[in-house]
Structures are given as C-alpha cells and as structure tokens.
Design a protein around this ligand. Sequence first.
Ligand code: NOJ
Length: 553
Amino acid sequence: MLHVPATADLWWKNAIIYCLDVQTFADSDGDGIGDFGGLTQHVDDLAGLGVTCIWLMPFYPTADHDDGYDVTDHYAIDPRLGTFGDFTEFMAVARDRGLRVIADLVVNHTSDQHAWFRESRKSRESRHRDWYVWQDAIPDDGPEGVVFPGEQSGVWTFDTETGQYYLHRFYHHQPDLNIANHQVRDEIAKVIGFWLAQGLSGFRVDAVPFLLELDGIDAIDREIGMDPHDYLRDLRAFIQRRNGDAILLGEVNLPFEEQRRFFGDEDGDELTMLFDFIGMQSIYLAMARGDARPIVRALRQRPEIPDDAAYASFLRNHDELTLDKLTDGERDEVFAAFGPEPDMQLYGRGLRRRLPTMLGGDQQWLRMAYSLMFAMPGAPTLFYGEEIGMGENLAIEDRLAVRTPMQWTSGPAAGFTTAPATAAFRPFPDGDFGPEEVNVASQRTDPDSLLNWFERLIRLRKSAPEIGWGEYRVVDVGNDAVLVLQYCWGDRTAMTVHNLATRAAKVSIPLGVETATLRDRLGSASPIAAKDATASIKIAAHGYHWFAVEPAP
Ligand code: NOJ
C-alpha cells in the first residue's frame, strides 16, 4: 500500500522544525547583529541539514525588553535585522530550497511602546482604550500568579495618566490585548493575513492560554456569551481560508486534560499543533533516573488527538527548560542531575542550560536523547545550535544564557559577524563549548560529528512517516530502563529502542507476529531474525536503535 502521497498534504505531521532568532544567527553587515541577509546566506546549511520548516522568533520592531516578544509594530521588520526587501529575499531562497517558514505570532500582548497602547493610555475616551484591559481597582476575580517570579511583582500596573490599572500576564511593559473587543480580533486577523501574504506557512502562537483568558475583563465589555475557544476556531478558519495548509502551532503548557480543547476536541478545528511540554519534561526525568517509566506514563496519559493534528516534540527551546509539570520532588531530581548550581536554575521551575552541558558533553548520551526525542510521536523541533551541540553562557542574564550567537567557525567572532567578537550581539560561551571546540565548519568535514549524525537522523525521521502518522504503542520488554515504541501505519511498522540507563541491557521484544526481521535503519547492525514472535537484542548503555519490522524472507 502506498502511503507516502498522503504525507504531502498534512506536511506538519512529518515536519522537522528548526527555530532560530535572526539576530543571533548570522550577521551580514558587520554591525554585530544577525540579520536577514546573514540568514539568507545560511539557508543552504539548513536545507542540507534536512529540516523542513524554519520557525522565526519575533523579527518585528520591538522595544526589546523581552528579546523581541514585546512588539511595537506587527506589520514591519525590525530595522536592525534588515529591510522588508531582505526578508522577501530570504523567503524566496527558503522557498526555492523547499523550506517552509513559520513565525512567532505574539498577540496576547504588545509592547507598551506600541502605537495602540500609547493611544489607549492617553485617555479613557481614546478610541483604542478598550483594546487593552483597564480597571479602576485590581479585581478580586482577575487572573492570578506571575509568569516570571522575581522579575514581576503582579499582573496589574497602575497608570497615573488616566488613574487606572492595566492587565499584563507577563512583564509590566507588555500590556495584554483585550480579545473580547471585536476590533482587536479583526486586527489580529489582519496581522495574520498580512504575514500569510508574505509567504509564511503559519505561526508559532505565543502564550495561547493567556491569549484566550477573559478573567479580569469586565463582563460588560465582553461580547455576550463569548467563548474564547470560538475565537480560536475563528482564527483557524480564517487562516485556512487564506492558506489551506498553513498551521497554528501553539505554546500551550497545560496539563494533558486541558490540551485536547486547544486542538478543538474531536472537531480538530482549533490549533493544528501543540508543543509536547509534558513529554519533554518526562524525558528529562527519565534521563535523570535512568528509567523510562516517566516517558511511558506521559505517553499513556496523552489524549487522543484529532487525525490531522500533531504534537511538536522538543528537548530545548529559547526559554528556560521548564520543569513545571513535574512534582517538586521530581523537579529536584532533575535539578540535581542536570543543573545543581542555583545560577543554572530559573524561576524555581527551570534550567537555563542547553542539553550538551547538562549531559557533561557525553556524546553517546546526547545522541540517545535526540534519537529519543525524534522517536516521540510528533514532529521533532530543534533550537538553532542543537545540531552542533552548542552550550550556554551563564554569564548572560536569565533566559538569554541559551540565546548566544550561532557558532559557524573557530575563527574570529565564530564566523557570526565580521565585527570583533566583543561587538557580537551576545558573548559566546568559552571553554569546551566555545566556538573553537564547537562549530559548524569543523563538524561539516568530520563524518562522526554531531552535525553529520543529525543529518542522518533527520533523513531517517523524514523517511519514517509512520512515527508522525501511525498508531504507536509502548512495548513492554520487562526492563524499566529500556523504552521500546512500535508504530504501525498501513503496511509499515517501525520500532525504536532506547536505553535510558548507563548499563548495557539485553531485551526480548514481543513482536506480535510469528516471524519477522528487524532491519537496523540508523546503525549498521545485521538484521535480527525474530524467533517465536520475539526478537532478542543487546543494547549498549545509552544505546538507541531504529528498526524497520519486515516480514521474514
Ligand atoms: C513565551 C515566549 O516563549 C517567551 O520567550 C516570552 O517571554 C513570553 N511568551 C512573553 O511573550
């Protein structure tokens, strides 16, 4: 049965997503700041790596108090990153190389420097007044809890100009837009339509649960009976009308029970994809314990999702590695294993490190971890620099520690800019993870490098659509350290085996069919013939295998 044609339609189910920030990727004009011209020069590197979709972090004009997530104009390019022409050239090159591009859609809030908010705060009669959420007094039934403990004192700030409080779920300089106002909803649609017209294939939607939250907004200002999920449905319908295969990939870090709603339950008419925050956290706990059971638990608790929807799997993103869905005790285990120093931790819930430093540079472990992430049912998502094993620079404040410039070469300023390294947008890490040791140029020519290994892993994952499309099941092999996942799709069956422990193991895998051969798809092991419906395999410490399960000849 030929299933491959189906994969051309719902491209996101088998996508390899690559997140980058233009300002830290490559600088073309020597001012020390990455730009679209520099990114365009490196599109071939990304195409060569094999990723299929670039996710651009915010590139809009910004007040830059939250690294671009504080937008001052939703219809323009940050002039530091180039011109609109430079953006368009980048899009043309990406398209030519067969890469899709999605971008951050940040519409829960704007910068307080945005023209809409400056207008809104001018007077209570301003025509933009109701575009934000204003109150005379902090309401008792308003939202609670700050997102950035230690950096935020509350979610309401008093504005002396008009003597009212405005709501901000994030920093005080990021006032929340009022989505109960239909003009705001129309404007957000316009923003979406605008960027789709520039060729984007969709959006990574920032802070979705906060965007939909109506707490703190007076009932009187709300459209009668407004259900915020209707709004998400409207957005999805709108985006689909403008571009049939554009996606909404949502940042929704909520418990599993609440996630299904964001996919649109059985109708599947809200978000196309959600990041798998819980699966991600379970992998860290499993690695800290050398025990696969936390991942098994997470996979078993995962809700059934609509046929066309998908999760996006990841191990790191641009924020702190949040461990908020673990219990306090579990989180302490991960902290102890991967970030014991207080300076490595953030907000009491996360780590501001990249994976290679957490694993002490252990290549075998690192590759097992990424192989496992790629084997999770979903679309693998990488954060720039993961493909070469970049580390963080803890000397940089807060979450920015993992957002250092891309390390292209061992030469001056890591080939990121022609400006002196001291003028680079952010300081590079030094030591074992500095550009001399970790860079694209030297890994490109080394067949055993992480970069070339990633290229092989990506090629393999792209040719294993059964992982994104098929039914998966956890196969019990009687060893808690070893995770065996089986995926069936039509006549294709794949099986991945990962050993979370530092001890080699031997496992017998029940196959459910009398005779079969396991063909190694990533390594070069000889085919394993199953006997009595069981395949016996040896797996190294932190070993990993990808098998095609084929009928015995
Ligand atoms: C989530 C983003 O990932 C984070 O970096 C940002 O600070 C907040 N949303 C606010 O936009």
